[in-house]
Design a protein around this ligand. Structure first.
Ligand code: NAD
Length: 494
């Protein structure tokens, strides 16, 4: 499906100014304001998109409110809703390559990964929830004779979905799939630096037969559009992926407004724990390098802290360096590229500042320079930092870039204490041949996901969500649908 000539041809096409999608119609911001969409590939202006106002967000919310209240979606027969969602998934697949290339020009992810994770991943997710939507049953409670207790599952209402820039379609579908399958209506706030593909798939949803107003997209600044959604009295649920700072704001906005439910998928500083008895250290090093450097580390579950048993530290670090140095960093639209661009110059500078600080602290830093500046794009070489102390910012704070911090340990207890020693708890991994140790680690690691002898790659059948300050609620799997249902009890005297 992927060939370089087709990608190159698609790259030549100019991108029309993007529009909001409100109540089934494409429209600019009410005051006509736009923001430039800068491509991280070469720093050029790709197109513009609406710099929407709070009033635009409110109009989209009211469209979603009306579409929910009049039942045009939630009262439709499940088989009909399922058919529309299937058709939507098909259309996304049909346009997958165009969507992938547009997405890469917008956010800088390497094309191979973008195609698989973004349009194809999104289509798979939407199909998964389409299949699930007519398999949700209510319950009859085990009550005493003479009474009947029924438990209905009803869609919550209007969902505000606020999406980050690293995988807007994949993460978007993790939210839209279960929300729409449950019968809710949605207002999407795409990320400032990766809005284009979400608008496009919302248009495809209309084409698939989704009624107007059920799925609305409003672009612009988080502090304006996202804030309006989070403060609204007409939004019933917020589902968010992004930074902890924004997550906190959403909880505050909920408390100030209508106490809407707030589901957060936040950052991580995920520990990847390598014991000397790992089944294959060379393989572990390769997978661990991919686990932090793919998409230039702009992955929420990236294994950004490598905790390695001291007896194999030198050997393992050498293998990691070899894997890192073998990666081609560059134009994300070239099929040979293993890691593409950093999403924005702002993010790039933030990444470099972490490394500057590590150097100033006397840590050994391999790689990590800004590269390919002559392209106009935002690129950096991946970096490995040795002997990072638990006191270092690099140990505790998320970079969200291609930076791996290595810290050695001597005992299993020390490994657990180091692994759990941050405010985060998103993902983790343990590499060992000892089955008992693997189970002890699964039990003791404070994380929403524990990989064993691998890193990443979990499919849609299992949930993804964090503990501690990595969030609450889960995306993916059937569990994700629970966020978008209310339980209603009917108590009947017979
Ligand atoms: P961000 O919080 O800055 O932005 C995320 C979204 O929130 C964007 O759409 C933005 O416009 C919006 N937003 C910003 N300010 C807002 C406000 N005041 N009110 C409402 N909405 C607002 O995060 P980001 O920089 O886009 O994403 C990177 C972060 O996301 C990282 O911390 C990363 O770990 C996290 N992330 C987590 C997961 C996960 O599944 N847990 C997945 C991907 C990314």
């Amino acid at each position: 499906m992927l060939d370089q000539d087709t990608i190159d041809t698609l790259c030549q096409t100019s991108v029309a100014p993007a529009q909001n999608l409100i109540d089934g119609a494409s429209c600019p911001a009410s005051d006509g304001a736009v923001m430039e969409v800068i491509s991280p590939v070469d720093g050029s202006v790709l197109t513009t998109m609406p710099r929407s106002t709070a009033a635009d967000a409110e109009r989209a919310i009211m469209a979603a409110r009306t579409a929910f209240d009049d039942g045009r979606w939630c009262s439709m027969a499940p088989a009909a809703r399922k058919k529309i969602m299937y058709r939507w998934a098909e259309l996304i697949e049909q346009y997958a390559l165009e969507l992938a290339v547009l997405g890469v020009r917008n956010n800088g992810t390497e094309i191979g990964m973008a195609l698989k994770a973004e349009p194809l991943g999104a289509a798979q997710t939407i199909r998964y929830y389409a299949e699930a939507l007519d398999k949700v049953y209510g319950e009859i409670a085990p009550t005493a004779e003479g009474t009947l207790g029924m438990i209905h599952k009803t869609p919550v209402g209007v969902v505000g979905a606020i999406i980050p820039w690293n995988f807007p379609l994949m993460i978007g579908a993790w939210k839209l799939g279960p929300a729409l399958a449950a019968g809710c209506t949605v207002v999407v706030k795409p990320p400032e630096t990766a809005s284009l593909t979400l608008i496009r798939i919302a248009e495809l949803a209309l084409e698939a037969g989704l009624p107007a107003g059920v799925l609305n997209v409003v672009t612009g600044e988080g502090a304006v559009v996202g804030a309006a959604i989070s403060e609204s009295m007409h939004v019933d649920v917020l589902t968010f992926t992004g930074s902890g700072t924004t997550g906190r704001r959403l909880m505050e906005a909920s408390a100030r407004s209508n106490m809407k439910r707030v589901y957060l998928e936040l950052g991580g500083k995920s520990p990847n724990v390598v014991f000397a008895d790992a089944p294959d250290l060379a393989q572990a090093a390769k997978v661990s390098a991919a686990g932090i450097f793919r998409n230039s580390g702009q992955v929420c579950i990236a294994g950004s802290r490598l905790l390695v048993e001291r007896s194999v530290q030198a050997e393992f670090t050498a293998a990691l360096l070899e894997a890192m140095n073998a990666m081609t960093v560059g134009n994300p639209l070239d099929l040979g590229t293993a890691a593409g661009a950093i999403n924005s110059e702002h993010q790039l500078n933030q990444n470099l500042a972490f490394l500057e600080e590590a150097r100033a602290q006397g840590r050994t830093v391999h790689g990590g320079a800004r590269i390919l500046q002559d392209t106009g794009g935002f690129y950096m070489a991946p970096a490995i930092v040795e002997d990072v102390s638990p006191k270092d910012r690099l140990f505790r704070e998320e970079v969200f870039g291609p930076v791996l911090a290595i810290t050695p340990f001597d005992t299993e207890e020390e490994a657990i204490s180091l692994a759990n020693g941050t405010e985060f708890g998103l993902a983790s991994a343990v590499w060992t041949s000892n089955l008992s140790r693997a189970h002890r680690m699964i039990a003791k690691l404070q994380a929403g996901v524990v990989h064993v002898n691998t890193y990443g790659g979990a499919d849609g059948t299992v949930p993804l969500g964090g503990v501690k300050q990595s969030g609450n609620g889960h995306d993916k799997s059937l569990h994700a649908m629970e966020k978008f249902f209310d339980l209603k009890t009917a108590w009947i005297a017979l």
